[in-house]
Design a protein around this ligand. Structure first.
Ligand code: GTP
Ligand code: ZN
Ligand code: ZN
Ligand code: ZN
Length: 248
């Protein structure tokens, strides 16, 4: 729930917005203005990333689906091949940035306070705090939330959505905006699958396809190092596509 994206407008309070303005006052379309200002800033961010040949990946999921754990395992595997920076988004604490820095990687923490998503202006401040000329990939770990983050372009090249096997395989059907935006769906914590007799990877994929999303679906476990190779290959391919020489 936040004050910027309209997620606190409900059937119980919508009438307050629809009320005709008092005499002498005027109504202003704030939400539309906010989103178009966000889109302009996102384009500016993307230009920064493109100029440096940096792939920007927006990681989204419900809280605790394993985004930071995936990043930690990914950083360790990519060391010496691709140079990575991370932007971390959370309501409070530097915990996730601290976990990333422990792997020898630059990380900027954004604490959003009450906002349940990152926006392009926050990312702009953060990307100027990263050594972009010395990086190949920037991961943006969005706030754990399956709703608002999908509405804000950050200037990323790709959206990666994690769905952990403990969350239920019908999540794409319930949160279509998020899953429609996915360029890659990672089924995380796959090591727990034997314990979760009601999660079927095939049903999760069917729910994704029902949204007309043809993105690849990859099961993995960051904790137990299962299924990491296809994810790392996907990253390398996407990063290669960002190189300025190939964009010409
Ligand atoms: N069994 C299992 N547990 C995992 C795996 N990945 C993460 N976890 C656990 O899940 C919990 C949450 O993991 P995080 O990586 O902090 O999740 P997150 O998505 O970054 O969480 P937020 O930033 O709070 O949204 C931790 O207790 C992890 O150890 C996995 O592959 N298998
Ligand atoms: Zn929100
Ligand atoms: Zn995290
Ligand atoms: Zn700038």
């Amino acid at each position: 729930m936040c004050d910027t994206c309209g997620c606190n407008v409900t059937s119980g309070n919508r009438h307050l917005l629809d009320r005709p303005p008092a005499e002498g006052a005027g109504a202003i379309e704030i939400l539309e203005g906010l989103l178009s200002a966000n889109d302009r800033e996102a384009a500016h961010n993307r230009a920064h990333f493109d100029r440096h040949g940096v792939l920007a990946v927006n990681l989204m999921s419900a809280p605790g689906a394993g985004k930071t754990a995936l990043l930690e395992r990914t950083l360790d595997t990519l060391t010496g091949t691709l140079r990575v920076g991370v932007i971390e988004g959370d309501l409070e604490t530097e915990n996730d940035a601290r976990r990333i820095r422990a792997h020898g990687v630059p990380a900027v923490q954004i604490t959003t306070g009450s906002a349940c998503h990152l926006d392009a202006h926050m990312i702009h401040d953060a990307l100027h705090a990263l050594p972009l000329t010395a990086l190949d990939i920037v991961f943006i770990e969005n706030v754990g939330n399956l709703v608002c983050p999908a509405s804000f372009d950050l200037g990323q090249h790709a959206n990666v959505v994690l769905l952990s096997v403990t969350e239920g395989d019908d999540k794409p059907a319930k949160y279509p905006v998020m899953f429609r935006a996915a360029d890659l769906l990672l089924l995380s914590k796959i090591d727990l699958l034997p314990l979760m007799d009601d999660f079927a990877p095939a049903r999760a994929e069917t729910a994704l396809r029902a949204l007309a999303n043809t993105a690849p679906v990859m099961p993995l476990s960051a904790k137990h190092d299962i299924g990491m190779a296809p994810w790392l290959d996907w990253l390398r391919t996407r990063r290669a596509a960002c190189l300025p020489s190939q964009a010409d």
